[in-house]
Ligand binder design. Structure first.
Ligand SMILES: Nc1nc2c(ncn2[C@@H]2O[C@H](COP(=O)(O)OP(=O)(O)O)[C@@H](O)[C@H]2O)c(=O)[nH]1
Ligand SMILES: [Mg+2]
Length: 331
């Protein structure tokens, strides 16, 4: 699908390319954002512009904050698996404990706050895919490691923790939401419409109510539901005892908004071991592009086994695929 861009857009783009300062670049990008027609066909351009605007806004802010204690990119963690999920929450809520339950990572778990100082990645298995989880230092209204702003940009989803063993749990969790908001990271329910402000990075979020094994957890859970259930899907777990973890794994995968696609060669059985993962709504052409850049232009049709088709039906390159479809590409 073609995007019809007004001539002023190209002028703004030329200014962006020539801009010498971050501020001028940002100004031009924001003009491009205003001028860009917002519809289905321009979704990729919209997403690209949005991430550039958000990134530049961060860079400018960090430059203004003066020399950094932690050099940029020190904690950059390469993306792996079907998606990246960050663990955010107040101190002592059980983030590190959960990471040890869901992955093979071994962060320190301790009964005192601020045990976790740096991001710690681990891989979680879910059926036939793996999801990258990143444990982070705690966030409070007056404690915030600046690198969290960088690392949350790479996140496809977040787990927001609530401590059911603490009467102040809801307030501590709200403080996390507020502090991230100040860093232009907005925690939203998965599937929410994108935010209008391109400088804000919205992160699909599940609320993880942890320590449901606590004696007074039930009553605190009721209060937590009142406060948060309209804003986020809520998953109740005990990271220590293991309650609710199977459901949490499923919810995490679903929050990523991706589907699994298996490919096959003509006349051969499908490879059902390692699916490609693509955003929901992706087409045959998108799958081809994920396999190889050239293939995206060359693919003409596909045979599909799965949802909404009869077995082996031939479909066009714009056909929208579904989770667990098996696809044979034809050029
Ligand atoms: N009762 C109970 N304690 C937990 C649970 N999960 C973690 N804890 C305890 O809470 C404390 C803080 O856990 P930790 O994972 O270090 O919290 P973090 O600061 O959020 O990473 C430790 O003493 C854990 O043993 C749970 O599900 N139930
Ligand atoms: Mg920790």
């Amino acid at each position: 699908m073609a995007v019809n861009l007004p001539p002023q857009y190209h002028d703004a783009e030329a200014r962006y390319r020539k801009a010498q300062t971050l501020e001028d670049k940002l100004l031009a990008l924001k003009e491009m954002w205003v001028l860009l027609p917002k519809h289905k066909a321009s979704e990729k351009v919209q997403a690209d512009l949005k991430s550039k605007i958000s990134e530049l806004t961060d860079q400018i802010e960090q430059a203004q904050a003066g020399p950094k204690k932690v050099p940029h990119g020190v904690f950059k963690i390469p993306r792996q698996g079907a998606g990246t999920v960050v663990l955010v929450g107040p101190p002592n809520a059980g983030k590190s404990q959960l990471l040890t339950q869901l992955t093979k990572a071994t962060p320190a778990v301790a009964p005192y706050p601020f045990t976790t100082r740096e991001p710690i990645p681990g891989m979680m298995d879910y059926e036939d895919v793996r999801v990258q989880l990143i444990d982070l230092p705690p966030i409070t209204s007056d404690h915030y490691e600046p690198f969290i702003t960088d690392i949350t940009r790479a996140a496809d989803a977040a787990l927001l923790f609530l401590d059911l063993s603490d009467d102040d749990g809801p307030a501590a969790t709200q403080a996390v939401i507020d502090r991230l908001q100040r860093a232009r990271r907005e925690l939203v329910a998965p599937g929410s419409p994108p935010s209008d402000d391109p400088a804000v990075y919205a992160i699909p979020t599940l609320l993880v109510a942890n320590k449901c094994d606590d004696d007074a957890a039930d009553i605190r859970l009721e209060l937590a539901r009142e406060e948060f259930a309209s804003r986020f899907p809520l998953v109740v777990v005990s990271a220590q005892r293991g309650d609710g973890l199977a459901e949490l794994r499923r919810a995490i995968f679903q929050a990523l908004g991706v589907m699994r696609i298996y490919t096959k060669q003509p006349g051969r059985p499908a490879d059902l071991t390692s699916p490609f993962t693509l955003p929901m709504g992706s087409t045959v052409a998108d799958l081809a592009g994920k396999i190889h850049r050239d293939l995206e232009d060359r693919v003409k049709s596909a045979r599909v086994w799965g949802t909404g088709v009869h077995d082996g039906q031939t479909v066009g390159r714009d056909h929208v695929l579904h989770d667990k479809d098996i696809v044979e590409l034809h050029t």
